[in-house]
Design a protein around this ligand. Structure first.
Ligand SMILES: [Zn+2]
Length: 280
């Protein structure tokens, strides 16, 4: 089985829901200062009611209660992440201007549905730009390392709320007289953007700002440095050239996969990335 080039303490593919913070111990990225409750675990704990009050019945009731709790936990642990990570946005989000419906794998015009980061998960990385705290710390380390190598990486965009993504998507589409389907080639529909998770970042090269958000970014020292080093900080290119996911090549758009939560979030998208690497 192939592992991403993140070193021995790096990525754990297909991390099961029960292994929490497996990647936090990475010696490469000291991503997180403290253990925080895993989001998926909270509903599990809440759904798992304690056994019914004992009414002197003793044995049988206790056993049945335990059985109920264990089964409930197992089901919640197995199903919870999928519900939270995938079905949530697509089942709750209606995009009226779309004639398209999500595919069987949840993709809408090539883009996977994503949960929006909560305010307590976000920290500022630049004035006006926020990221998920785990991604922000890894990004800081990566940018320091780049600067030490004489490379001037710049953060162009990070977390985007659903509202912002919606206005970007529909306003620009109408400005450019594009249909939603055409627009989806270059921008994710609201509810389907990696930027909503707080784990995705658009990067530029300070010495070549004219290449910002352009495929010519791939010719900059910044991009070449990222190709060589980003994996050490658990950043991967989301939409490589000729990706099977069907999204336009975006050399500037990188996502963080250095925590178990982020890994789970991008599990479906990762399968496409691996397929395009091995299938070409
Ligand atoms: Zn982006």
């Amino acid at each position: 089985m192939k592992l991403p080039p993140a070193g021995p303490g790096g990525l754990v593919p297909l991390a099961p829901a029960l292994t929490i913070d497996t990647t936090r111990s990475s010696h490469l990225v000291r991503a997180s200062p403290a253990r925080r409750p895993n989001r998926e675990d909270i509903p599990v704990a809440k759904r798992t009611r304690p056994a019914r009050p004992r009414r002197g019945g003793g044995g049988l009731g206790l056993i049945l209660g335990c059985l109920l709790v264990c089964t409930g936990s197992l089901v919640a642990v197995m199903i919870g992440p999928q519900l939270l990570g995938r079905l949530g946005p697509s089942s709750s989000l209606e995009i009226p201007e779309f004639s398209e419906r999500p595919d069987a794998d949840g993709r809408l015009l090539g883009h996977f549905p994503y949960m929006e980061a909560t305010p307590d998960q976000l920290v500022s990385v630049e004035p006006g730009i926020e990221l998920h705290i785990d991604a922000a710390e890894a990004l800081r380390s990566m940018m320091q390392a780049a600067a030490a190598d004489g490379v001037d990486l710049r953060v162009i965009s990070g977390y985007r709320s659903l509202d912002l993504q919606e206005s970007i998507f529909f306003d620009i589409a109408s400005e450019r007289n594009q249909t939603a389907e055409e627009r989806a080639q270059v921008s994710a529909p609201p509810g389907y953007s990696e930027h909503s998770t707080g784990y995705a970042v658009d990067l530029g090269d300070g010495t070549a700002p004219e290449t910002n958000l352009s495929q010519t970014f791939e010719e900059t020292p910044g991009f070449r440095w990222l190709q060589d080093h980003a994996a050490r900080y658990h950043f991967v290119l989301s939409f490589p050239e000729r990706n099977d996911q069907g999204v336009m090549y975006e050399p500037w758009h990188w996502r963080f996969e250095g925590s178990s939560e982020a890994l789970r979030m991008f599990e479906s998208a990762r399968r496409f990335a691996f397929r395009s690497q091995t299938g070409s």
